[in-house]
Design a binder for this molecule. Structure first.
Ligand code: NAP
Length: 278
């Protein structure tokens, strides 16, 4: 039976460390949180991020803009925040309403304040292994794997999903730690067979019950990034937890696994932003 990886506990430790460092060095740090429109899920995420800021001793400044905000207006706000000395990090909650091109907004954020690490400059730095910010979700997954004491170097790692936000940077971070990495996607042939090779399996697909026990090697570490709703509208991951926990050595639950880590790593990035801005 797998050991549960406690994302709440690991994320609390990360937040405690951030808070301790901020207190020790008497830092004043500001995070701008921009939300456009009335997306319910975005509102929940933004509230959780603001709560984490409070816990860590980071000042959060919310900018809630109406659904009909134009791209021009949002770009103007980003320009203002880029110049504002009290703002160290800028987070624009995605998705944005359809009249706004997300790429244009991300590219306008100063790379020094890009605490989500979505800007092409920061993505490029991750590729070459010379980075200040790590994308929050993959960085959180790395912390979770480290918390198990599992050696990553030389291991077979399989990442299911190749999005810019999760799958691709996830693979890169594993590669930087000397894993042999395979990235799978919707065109991958014999997915189950590829997954069975994995000592560490990370699923970032977004489909409930996607990863079944026959796709998992005995003793694998299984990380479930997925956030889905089951038939009863309950939050669940990609992994058939009840079957896979019998085969894995370590497994993350959903909720309480990767989710809390993403926010904790955002706090860490905001502290890093302050450091690199001097
Ligand atoms: P995404 O952009 O939709 O990417 C999903 C990936 O899954 C794609 O690369 C897709 O392949 C692949 N895929 C879909 N069907 C597949 C299949 N049948 N076989 C193999 N691969 C398949 O999603 P995302 O933004 O990366 O997010 C993935 C999941 O993680 C979602 O549930 C999301 O809610 C969750 N998430 C959680 C957190 C957190 O904090 N816990 C953060 C971010 C995301 P193609 O590229 O070929 O289409």
């Amino acid at each position: 039976m797998a050991i549960l990886i406690d994302g709440k506990a690991v994320s609390q430790k990360v937040k405690d460390e951030v808070r301790a460092e901020i207190e020790r060095d008497k830092l004043s740090i500001g995070l701008a949180v921009v939300i456009v429109g009335n997306n319910q899920a975005s509102r929940v995420y933004v509230n959780n991020k603001k709560k984490a800021c409070e816990v860590c001793g980071i000042k959060s400044f919310e900018y809630a803009l109406p659904e009909e905000t134009t791209e021009e207006e949002l770009l103007e706000l980003v320009d203002t925040l880029n110049e504002d000395k009290n703002i160290n990090g800028i987070l624009v909650q995605l998705p944005l309403p359809k009249q706004i091109n997300e790429e244009h907004i991300i590219e306008r954020i100063s790379p020094l304040k890009d605490v989500d690490a979505f800007h092409a400059t920061n993505v490029g730095k991750i590729m070459i292994g010379n980075y200040a910010f790590l994308p929050c979700t993959p960085a959180g997954v790395m912390e979770l794997i480290h918390s198990t004491g599992t050696e990553i170097s030389g291991k077979e790692c399989v990442v299911i999903g190749r999005s810019n936000i999760v799958g691709k940077p996830m693979a890169m971070l594993l590669l930087h730690e000397n894993a042999t990495v395979t990235i799978c996607h919707s065109r991958t042939k014999d997915l189950a067979e590829v997954c069975r090779r994995a000592d560490i399996l990370v699923s970032a697909v977004g489909k409930a019950d996607f990863v079944t026990a026959d796709m998992v090697k005995e003793g694998a570490v299984v990380i479930d990034v997925g956030m889905n709703r089951d038939a009863d509208n309950k939050l669940c991951g990609d992994v058939r937890f009840d079957e896979v926990e019998k085969k894995a050595s370590y497994i993350t639950p959903v909720p309480g696994g990767v989710g809390p880590m993403t926010i904790a790593m955002l706090m860490k990035n905001t502290l890093m932003a302050k450091r690199i801005q001097g």
